[in-house]
Design a protein around this ligand. Structure first.
Ligand SMILES: O=C(CO)[C@@H](O)[C@H](O)COP(=O)(O)O
Ligand SMILES: [Fe+2]
Length: 220
């Protein structure tokens, strides 16, 4: 079962040149990206540290693209408002990042931004069965979160398929994103399983020609 929505390409800023972030954000919009994916890592939920709301806020004037903020942090609730105020359009939290996923999703919706939830590779799709009415976006991690440039875990494809079926049964417009190891070989696998948002760091920001890299992913 595939999606009827057009597929979106969301380059991940994690693979950009951190010394020139403003230019990198503007360049990816000109290159035809649909969303900008921003990976926030705390050195606690994941074994890496990236950036926080001050960087998101500083980048906001450099692009009109939707800012898709992927929070790999724990706890999450104390920081939601800061990311919304910084200019996040979507805030995605991890189902594994605390016992009160429902409350955190309520808090995101109350801030007036789109609510996303992400699953690490070891978490089954059923973890979301009680919150499907509260989410605008589901993000399947096809690597263990924390680093760019890892290999796509093919064992996650069945989960993408199951989540596509769960989403279609709701009749709601819920985007299904896949994040980690997406390139021209794995993008078609993810899309065939039902994904409609492809998040890619190295396969876009790691290339010299961003527009060509985005076109290649779109047509793959
Ligand atoms: O959330 C993450 C990693 O934790 C991702 O968004 C990566 O940044 C994707 O990078 P590539 O695997 O595409 O290089
Ligand atoms: Fe991400």
């Amino acid at each position: 079962m595939t999606s009827t929505a057009p597929h979106l390409i969301a380059p991940s800023l994690l693979a950009a040149d951190f010394a020139r972030l403003g230019e990198e954000v503007a360049a990816i919009e000109s290159a035809g990206a649909d969303w900008l994916h921003l990976d926030v890592m705390d050195g606690h939920f994941v074994p890496n540290i990236s950036f926080g709301p001050a960087v998101v806020q500083a980048l906001r004037p450099h692009s009109r693209l939707p800012f898709d903020v992927h929070l790999m942090i724990e706890p999450v609730d104390p920081y939601l408002e800061a990311f919304a105020k910084a200019g996040a359009d979507h805030i995605t939290i991890h189902a594994e990042a605390g016992p009160h996923l429902h409350r955190s999703l309520q808090a995101i919706r109350a801030l007036g931004v789109k609510a996303g939830v992400s699953l690490c590779p070891a978490t089954p799709p059923e973890a979301l069965s009680q919150v499907l009415d509260m989410v605008d976006l589901i993000l399947v991690m096809s690597v263990n979160p924390g680093f760019g440039g890892q290999k796509f875990l093919h064992g996650q494809v069945g989960k993408i398929r199951t989540l596509r079926e769960m989403i279609n049964k709701t009749g709601r417009q819920i985007r299904l994103a896949v994040d980690g190891g997406i390139d021209t070989e794995t993008a078609p696998v993810a899309v065939a399983a039902g994904a409609d948002v492809l998040i890619a760091g190295s396969a876009v920001y790691g290339r010299d020609d961003y527009a060509a890299a985005i076109r290649a992913l779109r047509s793959a």
